[in-house]
Design a protein around this ligand. Structure first.
Ligand SMILES: *Cc1c(COP(=O)(O)O)cnc(C)c1O
Length: 364
């Protein structure tokens, strides 16, 4: 029986997603390269060249010292990039025997770290030590310093946390990692395309960052799946390489084998179209929208967290949250139950006004 053609949902009322409508050039490029496989670069040479461009573009955003020969690749998302960062640090940690999957290696991350680090720890057999935040939802350097020891392979800092959009004190965390000989990873999966237009310290230029996650498929306006892993030195990626006997290229550092060239081509096209002015405009618009929304919520008596990056969290009663969901608004809640709105590029001021109008109707 013929079914009606399924339609993807529109972004009109999507307020909690970290994904967004791709740039039209990025969508077109992704379609063009859909059936290529950058996992086999000796066969799919065109997309392999594009991947080098994507890495250079991402490395430029993240102020890598030498973007044109930065190590990295386009991952399936922030999750894969974070898993690989943990894996690389584990493999490089002095005295470790990765093959045995020794249990006594640890990774120290703030409580705000994305849940992908829990997946990484479980997969890789390392202990994840999560440390408390300060009272503004950022990693507390003292707590991090107290948690690290000789067996710490990696310290994680978050530059744009998933729940509150907070930027950890990256230089301080980098120094702590340095002191104990641990690797240092910055998770800028979501924040990486807005942070270059702020005065936050977050990049390779600001701290001894070894590896960094930055996702084109979030604020980068590239189609899914396009995440990014960058490394200061080739050695971080070399630590991930396994032999690939039946391919012309003799080793592979990615976690996935076959992967779609769509993510790679989409990322390059988005960066070509938008870096830097288009991204700057998007970041500024998003920041203004977040400020506006936080102000409107505060005016109505809700306890709103001051947005640092374009993400608004506010205490909204459960009944009102449910009514907003029932009205079709795709909103979500933080772990402690606050309403969470991510001001992605598709989230317009008009949509936010309509959202506030609905909230006013619900409150009446
Ligand atoms: C979204 C996000 C991730 C995970 O990325 P996926 O692309 O969903 O795998 C990791 N870290 C942070 C900070 C994120 O915001």
């Amino acid at each position: 029986m013929r079914q009606p053609e399924p339609e993807p949902q529109s972004f009109n009322r999507v307020l909690s997603s970290m994904c967004t409508e791709p740039h039209p050039d990025a969508r077109a490029a992704a379609e063009r390269f859909l059936a290529t496989n950058p996992g086999d670069p000796a066969t799919y040479e065109a997309v392999a060249d594009l991947e080098a461009q994507a890495v250079e573009g991402l490395a430029t955003l993240a102020a890598h010292p030498t973007p044109s020969d930065a190590a990295g690749y386009v991952t399936s998302g922030g999750t894969e990039a974070n898993v690989q960062a943990v894996r690389s640090a584990r493999n490089r940690h002095e005295g470790s025997d990765a093959e045995k999957g020794e249990r006594d290696i640890n990774v120290v991350a703030p409580e705000s770290a994305h849940f992908s680090f829990h997946k990484a720890a479980e997969l890789l057999g390392v202990e994840l030590r999560t440390v408390p935040l300060d009272d503004d939802y950022r990693a507390d350097p003292e707590a991090v310093a107290a948690a690290v020891d000789d067996a710490t392979a990696l310290v994680v800092g978050v530059a744009g946390s998933t729940e509150y959009g907070r930027v950890d004190p990256i230089p301080e965390l980098g120094s702590i990692a340095d002191e104990v000989g641990a690797g240092f990873h910055v998770d800028a999966a979501w924040g990486g395309f807005v942070l270059p237009f702020t005065d936050h310290a977050w990049s390779f230029a600001d701290a001894p960052v070894d590896t960094l996650t930055i996702d084109p498929h979030k604020f980068g306006q590239a189609p899914v799946p396009a995440g990014g892993l960058l490394a200061r030195e080739d050695a971080a990626l070399d630590a991930l390489a396994v032999d690939t006997p039946y391919l012309e290229t003799r080793s592979q550092a990615t976690l996935t084998g076959t992967r779609s060239g769509a993510g790679v081509a989409g990322a390059v096209a988005a960066i070509d179209a938008l870096w830097p002015d288009g991204y700057r405009e998007a970041a500024e618009r998003a920041a203004e929208n977040a400020e506006w929304l936080a102000g409107e919520l505060a005016d109505r008596g809700y306890d709103a967290v001051e947005p640092e990056l374009p993400l608004v969290a506010a205490d909204v009663p459960e009944s009102e949250f449910r009514a907003l969901r029932d009205a079709g608004w795709k909103v979500s809640r933080t772990g402690t139950g606050e309403l969470r709105v991510v001001c992605m590029p598709h989230v317009t001021r008009a949509a936010l006004r309509a959202f506030i109008d609905d909230l006013d109707r619900i409150r009446r």
